[in-house]
Structures are given as structure tokens and as C-alpha cells.
Design a protein around this ligand. Structure first.
Ligand code: NAD
Ligand code: MG
Length: 383
């Protein structure tokens, strides 16, 4: 079992599950470093609970506020800020680093942590979408936190030829039953309300558009070295089955549990061992009377068609796909564009920008930046 853990993105929703887990096992783990972007109060609260050696605020404008808050806190850790602070947190001696920063901002620190030799518990799916090849090459171990990929990781055999397909389950999102017409008026507030999970703002919108499942298909391709034709999505609204692997002999192995992120976070932080979960994280079969399954509607959710295109395209397209989504989601949350415009804008971004394949991380960041500029221009024109 790893004993020194770092939490990158400790103040977010995944970070919250990690804090709950670590608090349940104060004698088993030491916390090396924690980071948060702007939420000083929560960062100091976690620092007092988990007593890390280093606390980093990644937006350096909040460094003074952090210093002041820590001066009256119980625990007195070393403090750092900004990009260099985040690098320090990513590379401080640790057995395992939880990569739970949201979006492209998590790419560099996750790669730095991987290169420093730590095993990576990876929640940040965007960095695999952007730079899957580089990250898989740099890391000696990646343990998927994303619940679907965590499920697959737990039931995947080491004989790839015997795997017929990987089946990612999806709740279908908050708007599974909406018509396209009803979708015209979806507000950010509605999109933030997921039927089964409580998550950060960006991934909540991604779930509502099914861009989350699109990103997850690409994530699965890299994590499990699977060709596009072996990756499937099935709607399972109860979300008790977190994903499945179908083998050539007809056997299907599924992983189940309550739909919350405590389970996969606990699994990846204690792997290769398992630690007892509290009673409220144990699934009760009398709670759910049936499991439903259906195929996703790709007309209502064009993100899934885009994913198929990206799965068969190169890395540059995946970077543009991810960047366009991040910008469009931000614009939707700011009420600059409609819900339906999100996938339209991603499609336009992919049509308008074609880049050469990246050869290294610098190329990835250049393509990401350029894609963001182009998509901002597209949005300004329809604003
Ligand atoms: P969140 O918004 O709740 O938290 C994000 C974390 O990243 C916070 O600690 C925040 O301070 C930090 N952060 C934000 N912007 C940053 C920046 N520019 N630089 C450095 N740090 C920054 O998000 P979340 O829901 O916890 O999701 C985190 C990641 O995990 C995402 O990539 C998401 O796709 C993935 N994920 C989340 C869930 C879930 O249920 N929440 C499930 C699977 C995967
Ligand atoms: Mg998921």
C-alpha cells in the first residue's frame, strides 16, 4: 500500500472524496502535498485535517490570503504558489499522486508527477485525451479514478485477444428524456444538477451534453490500448454497474457499487489492497429494484458521433476537441451560448483548425492554446 500521498486539486469534488477516505485512515497514510486553485478557506481546512508537508495555491493572486489564513491555523505547513508551487507539489516525494485538477490545467503537473516516479491515481481525464501517448509513456503506473475506467481496470484480463469489447455505462445525463426542442432552453443551473452524482461544474455540463462519455471513450482508448471498434457505450440510468468487459467466450464481467466517487478514489489510493468502506458506501440490493439498459441516442447527443470521429483521428484532433469543449462549457456557464451551441461550436472548431501531430508536450500546449483562440473567435461571432 502507498504511504505518502499527494492530492493535486484537493479542494474539488474528487478531492473531497479523497479527504473523506484519508480521514478514515489517519494511521495508514501521510499526506505529502495538497493543492487548490483559489479556495483558500477549504485548502486550509484540508491542511488542518490531513496535515500535509506542503500546501500550494495554484493561482498566485491568492498567496497572501493563504499565508494569512495559515498563520492562525492549527497546522503550519510549508507554503507555495503559482506554476512553480504546483510543480513542487507534483514532484515532492510521494508514492502516489491523485491527479484531480480539472481540465487542461492538470496536464503539466500530472506529467511532472508521473516523470518524478510517483504512481498516478488519475481523475483528470482531459490530460489523457490531450496527451494520452506521452502520459502513458511517462508513467510507470496509472490507476484510473474515473468510475467507468476504474471498473474496467478491476475486471480487465491481461489477455487482450480474449477481450471482445469494453462497455462504458452512462446515466444518459440529466437530459436523457428531453427532446431536441426542449433542449433549446436548458440553463446552466439545470445542467449542474446531475441525477446520480455531485460533481464539479465542468464535468456536470460534460455529463449533460454526453461530452463526458465522449472524453471517456478516448480516455479508455489510451488507458487500455483498445481500438475504437471495441469501445461501446450503454445507458444504465441507475449507475450501479460502473462498466463492463465482454470476453470472447460470452462472459461479461461487471463492477458494481454505489454511484459515488468515494469507491474509485479509495480503490486507487489503497491499491493493490482494499480497505473497508463505511456502511453508507455499501450498496444495498433492496434499494434498487431493477437495472435498465438502452443504446445512447447519437442524434440528441452528437458528442458521441464526434467521439467516434476523434477516436479514429490523430492526437491533434483530440487536443482541439478537448480545448473547444472547455471554452464552450465556460461560455455556456457564463450564459454567453446555449446548451445546444456547445457541440455545434466543438464541431466548428474541429472544422476550422487542423494542426500537425504533436511531437512533445510543448506542441500539445501550442495546439491547445491556438484551438482556444479559434473557438473564442467562433463564440464572439455568435455572441
Ligand atoms: P472540481 O471543479 O470540483 O475541482 C477541480 C480542482 O482543480 C479544484 O481543486 C480546483 O481548485 C482545481 N483547479 C481548477 N482550475 C485550476 C487551475 N487552472 N490550475 C490548477 N488547479 C485548478 O472538479 P472535479 O469534479 O473534482 O473534477 C476533477 C477532475 O476529475 C476532472 O478532470 C473531472 O473530469 C474528473 N472526474 C470527476 C468526477 C466527479 O465525479 N467529480 C468523476 C470522474 C472524473
Ligand atoms: Mg466517469
Amino acid at each position: 500500500m502507498p504511504s505518502r500521498i499527494t492530492l493535486l486539486g484537493a479542494t474539488g469534488s474528487i478531492g473531497k472524496a479523497a479527504c473523506e477516505f484519508l480521514q478514515n485512515y489517519p494511521d495508514k497514510f501521510d499526506v505529502a502535498a495538497i493543492s487548490g486553485h483559489r479556495n483558500v478557506a477549504r485548502l486550509v481546512e484540508i491542511s488542518d485535517l490531513l496535515k500535509p508537508e506542503l500546501v500550494v495555491i495554484s493561482d498566485e493572486n491568492y498567496f497572501d490570503a493563504l499565508k494569512q489564513a495559515v498563520s492562525s491555523a492549527t497546522h503550519q505547513p510549508r507554503l507555495a504558489a503559482g506554476k512553480s508551487g504546483l510543480q513542487e507539489a507534483a514532484t515532492i516525494k510521494a508514492d502516489r499522486v491523485l491527479a484531480a485538477i480539472v481540465g487542461a490545467a492538470g496536464l503539466s503537473p500530472t506529467l511532472q508527477a508521473a516523470k518524478s516516479g510517483a504512481s498516478i491515481a488519475l481523475a483528470n481525464k482531459e490530460c489523457l485525451v490531450m496527451a494520452g501517448k506521452f502520459l502513458m509513456q511517462s508513467a510507470h503506473e496509472i490507476l484510473p479514478v474515473d468510475s467507468e475506467h476504474n471498473a474496467i481496470f478491476q475486471v480487465l484480463s491481461d489477455k487482450p485477444n480474449e477481450i471482445k469489447e469494453i462497455i462504458l455505462t452512462s446515466s444518459g445525463g440529466a437530459f436523457r428524456e428531453f427532446t431536441r426542442k426542449q433542449m433549446q432552453h436548458i440553463t446552466p443551473e439545470q445542467a449542474m444538477h446531475h441525477p446520480n452524482w455531485s460533481m464539479g461544474a465542468k464535468i456536470s455540463v460534460d455529463s449533460a451534453t454526453m461530452m463526458n462519455k465522449a472524453l471517456e471513450l478516448i480516455e479508455a482508448k489510451h488507458l487500455f490500448s483498445m481500438p475504437a471498434e471495441k469501445l461501446k457505450v450503454i445507458i444504465h440510468p441507475q449507475q450501479i454497474i460502473h462498466s463492463m468487459v465482454r470476453y470472447c467466450d460470452g462472459t461479461i464481467l461487471a463492477q458494481m457499487g454505489v454511484p459515488n466517487m468515494y469507491l474509485p478514489v479509495a480503490h486507487t489510493l489503497s491499491y493493490p489492497h482494499r480497505l473497508p468502506a463505511p456502511a453508507h458506501h455499501q450498496f444495498d440490493f433492496t434499494d434498487t429494484t431493477k437495472f435498465d439498459f438502452s443504446l445512447p441516442d447519437k442524434v440528441k447527443f452528437p458528442a458521441l458521433n464526434l467521439a467516434e470521429q476523434i477516436l479514429n483521428a490523430g492526437q491533434a484532433s483530440a487536443i482541439i476537441f478537448n480545448a473547444a469543449n472547455e471554452i464552450a462549457v465556460e461560455a455556456f456557464l457564463q450564459k454567453r451560448i446555449s446548451y445546444l451551441a456547445i457541440t455545434d461550436i466543438i464541431t466548428r472548431g474541429l472544422d476550422e483548425y487542423h494542426a500537425d501531430e504533436p511531437k512533445n508536450l510543448d506542441d500539445v500546449i501550442l495546439i491547445d492554446n491556438k484551438a482556444r483562440q479559434i473557438v473564442e473567435e467562433i463564440i464572439k461571432k455568435i455572441d
